[in-house]
Design a protein around this ligand. Sequence first.
Ligand code: PLP
Length: 430
Amino acid sequence: MRYYSLNQQAPTVDFKAATIAGQAPDGGLYFPERIPKFSPELLHNFRTMARAEVAYEVIRPYVSDTIPEDVLRGICAETVDFEFPLVPVTNRIAALELFHGPTLAFKDVGARFMSRCLGYFSRQQTAPVTVLVATSGDTGGAVADGFLGVEGVEVVILYPSGKVSPLQELQLTTLGQNITALEVRGNFDDCQRLVKQAFLDPRVTEHRQLTSANSINVARWLPQQFYYCYALQQWAHETPPVVAVPSGNFGNICAGLMAHASGLPIGHFVAACNANSAVADYLRTGVFEARPAVVTLSNAMDVGNPSNFGRILELFEQRHADVSRMVSGAIVSDEETTATIKRVHQETGYLLDPHGAVALRALEQYLSENPTEHGIFLETAHPVKFPEVVEPVIGAEVPVPTAVRGLLTRTKQSVLLEPDYKALQEFLLQ
Ligand SMILES: *Cc1c(COP(=O)(O)O)cnc(C)c1O
């Protein structure tokens, strides 16, 4: 499989080169030259196949011969060695829980897969790779955990001081080893700006091989197709589900659309957005307009100009009529988000996080207009990561799961950084 740049001004590359580079040299996102079809055997047998086996079959054509079979099977097995349960919430709606990984966020799968691929590739080359990533919370934790101890890979995470939740900060700052957390005195946009500048700075890129670990990177984006397969493995209805995806950078939903294009039976997608509604507006009007991000309660979705939107357009050959037939947009306000958390908790006992709440609400709206359908929403984070939102709404504390309880006793280690590029440059040139 070769990958081309959506900006069309760079040579095609294989999976290895795309993973190491992150982004194409012309600034474009990499996109696969063709969409592989799932084999009839895979579609026929996959309900009874092991999770790791499904993962391997789905990702094999994208990786092609850049990773040998036994290594790739091992990577797949480690990537998905936790549960992805489909939990009924009402008689028409089920939650696909994607928060059973080590950092309680769905980004664990992409981060674990990418880190292991990069670890394998870096064993073959002499120069170490630096993963440079800005986070508003969840990405950093998943990346830090996924890359911990991977030889030949150093990880530098920029996060906005005081703007991530206490649990998220501990996930970023307590690992040590090859992980460094830079605590930026600024907001998430400052972190992202500094990272972008570093990628364009020849002084830095001559000194270090830099790569990104957000969903721009094909090795983090493509394995997200697994979720949709695991949802279908557990789906009991005859007709294919409607799937609602809480969306920010649109990497996750775009992966779902890739799986659908490969033959996975999904009836329809709902792109669930908070007030950052550029894509939802495009789906309704056919006009796309990027905007500055606005702050909401579902902060991992606060993206004004989603980077994977270009991949969605490419998949549908830029045809609005085709995209909007397969994907509906929905916009859910903060008031609706908290009202949904409260109502669903009272009526069903199910506790949503703010991102899952946006998706569930969007799905309810779609199902009310399509009364014969059933749906799944992706619950992308554990509610304990957003106690400041969830606890006042339900009037109770969210118990900390055993998986992360150990974090609470660890000591934060971060390097304070002013939000100006000179400071980051100096750090990276050390
Ligand atoms: C990153 C994230 C999202 C958004 O996913 P995209 O792939 O960027 O659309 C949704 N929910 C949570 C909890 C996240 O961390």
